[in-house]
Design a protein around this ligand. Sequence first.
Ligand code: NI
Length: 208
Amino acid sequence: MPAQAAPVDCARVKCLALTFDDGPGAHTPALLKTLAKARAKATFFLVGKRVEERPEIARQIVARGHAIGNHTYSHAELTARLDGDILDELKVTQEVIEKATGRRPDMFRPPYGRTDERVLRAAGEAGLSEILWTHTTLDWSLKDTAKIKATVLKQARRDGVILMHDVVPQTVRAMPGILKELRKRGYHLVTVPVLLRGERPKPGVSYF
Ligand code: NI
């Protein structure tokens, strides 16, 4: 277990949760360096098959004190799947992530934000809470470092959850400037569990 700094109390200070979906990818190590330099923590929603391709990077994410969640095995649109398939997508990913990192997630995020009662029920069965977001940057379509930075800074607000992608190289390149400005504005960059005031997210419950 990595040494933990004193926990941030988001009831007292201005917190913001940056979240990165779809990795681990080739640009994730650079992002981890940037986050470490700024002493910022984030939450990564990992795709099972990408964890199989890059287990070492998944391990690094955890070792550096970030939170991880399940983002399905194949980045599946879960609402279009049968109940059994939904459960498989979630459960296989739990196994893959646990094998790579030694940690079993208790959070998941549905690809494309596509969720319904069946998805939530399967999540509950897999021991997972559903973590959505307050703002999405659409960084994958912006593909422009300056625009991504401007979008994040415009969306930032206390207790927000911002959705980005560590597989978008422009996002990773924008991050040093984003972190610098957020810090100037007094934000503490925390993981989703810290943002939830240390209250353990409950299986089958949707947040944000
Ligand atoms: Ni995704």
